[in-house]
Design a protein around this ligand. Sequence first.
Ligand code: HEM
Length: 430
Amino acid sequence: MLRRMLADSVIRPAETTTPFGQTRTMTDPATTIPTFDLFAHDLGADPHPVLHRLRAEHPLVRVRELDGYLATRHADIVAALRDRRLTTANLTQGLDRLTPEQRAELAPVLRSVSLWMGHTNEADHVRFQQLLKRYFTPATVHGLRPRVRQLADELIDAVVDRGRMEVVEDLAYPLPANVIAEMLGMPTDERDRLRAWSRDILALFDRADFDQLKKSQHSVLEMEGYLRGLVAQRRAEPRDDLLSVFVAAEREGVVTEDEMVANCVLLLFAGHETTANLIARGVSLLLANPDQFALLKQRRELMGTAVEEMLRLGGPAATIVRVAVEPAEVAGHALNPGDVVYLAMAAGNRDPEVFADPDRFDITRRPNRHTAFGLGTFYCLGAALARMETDVCFSALLDRTPDLRPAYEQPDLVYRPPLNHQLATVDVTF
Ligand code: HEM
């Protein structure tokens, strides 16, 4: 029945007049790309039947509401991520659809976001990568492991006697938030503010309304003001933290203060929001797959491949956005400069051409060529850190609460269009 409904409604063929606009003829006049009305579908509970069908039948569609294309095949996503003619779109879903008056009012946050690594021009991007790679080395990440375990243990200590916890609030958020705050050198008692700031920043990536965007701007500016104070302290008294690395680079003339604080906001936000979602999704995947959970308990050496499988099926970045800076192709179709394409990793990472039995959660899967951290030029700076934090977090959970059980009937999933899903709560008992 569902298949039938999909057949009738998912794809609007080129010749169909839709209430949402015309299909667009690409540079090759013989090729038309169908329009897909993504927002007319209930992708909240389970988007995968729709994504599987799209990938199989129309791996590139135009989505009018996104003002761009959506690619769903793994090979096309990998090729696009490696293609230098496509670059990161300096887009957040909120900020790219403003009127000129609204843009004027949000000028401060627009400027900050334009300084974020990956949102700059290529030369600035390389300069930042080189600077941050001084700190995000495998040795630094490895060295943090015992401290991350200690932080995880402290969070579990706080709930262990209760026999229950809400994973998102009690563990998944505070763990990576504390880690990145500590890396940057943010004092412990000020870290609670991070969560509220980050929630507001997240709204920039949603289809948020103008009032919410003003609130987001307020949080970004508040966070920057706070960071400027910390920067001043490090200038006077450097320490062994990331902020001091930035301050040293400022002294060498490599970064400005504005760049420094804008990118600290990015790191504080990117450094925990994504990892927190991965941990929450990982718990719910294990609980939904008791055979795999039992296997992981028996064979702890599978933790590494288990984390990769969590990234593949529950990777927090469901889409990556690219814009063509010169004529290019995606999925065999020509793109013009300025064309925007959403790479649906949520679909590519379940492509049966690459992953056998793609919807199955298999903690032994190897190889596992998912693109949850992106690929190529903009590959995630924090990938090793996120992997380590997730590994340590699940090791602590297995040691301390091995009989974890769900205390919910349905996962408490929040859908954030176009394709993101996030767990609001994960109640467990043990
Ligand atoms: C599970 C956790 C994480 C996921 C799934 C994730 C995902 C991603 C993805 C997909 C990209 C590429 C974006 C693009 O190509 O346009 C990216 C880039 C980036 N990520 Fe992560 N990330 C995670 C954790 C982290 C952490 C912990 C940090 C920092 C401490 C971080 C910092 C960054 C930065 C700075 C970039 C931009 C890199 C560049 O432009 O060169 N991420 N991330």
